[in-house]
Design a protein. Sequence first.
Length: 205
Amino acid sequence: MVAQGGFFLPSRFSTIRLMKAKECKKGTFILYNNQPHKVIDYEYYAPGKGMPVVQLKLRNLLTGLSTEVRYNSMADVEEADVFYIDAEFLYDEQGECYFFIPSTSEIVTIKSADLEQERLFLLPNTKVQLIKFNDQPIGIVLPPKVELTVIETPPEIKGASVTNVGKIATLETGLQTTVPPFISQGERIIVSTSDGSYLGRAEKK
């Protein structure tokens, strides 16, 4: 193991898993400059002449900083050796998000700034997967969809159908999304965590 920036990184003699740059789709975890990064944007370019290339926007999972890199599409890229563990979001306090790990009864934290986008889908008791790198929590994987309450939206339009133009709704976490015109304030709706889009009304309990 070697230390860098206060974190212990895998030895270069450990097992190295490689993938082609063209396989580094959004959400993939790779090593860049010996530190784990998440691919947050992916673009593929195939010029008329020459080898296709991919442009990746990466977020450093240790520092939170973003960078853009370009690879030959067939270049070898090293996968980050991360693992996942079931966890539950508890609360956000003083710039830290707290998570409970049922399997170990452990409570761990991740800086709120490192979960800026994910935080818009988190309510207490939300089940997630915690991402760890060398036993250091560095991120989370959200469930595919969550239920959130509409706290502000223009009044319901009587007789409106799903085919009508939508309207903006602000949800309890601060997320804004487009909803059908018949959705009213106080309703619980289902949204996709991949893009924040409206998926439907939640079942009434």
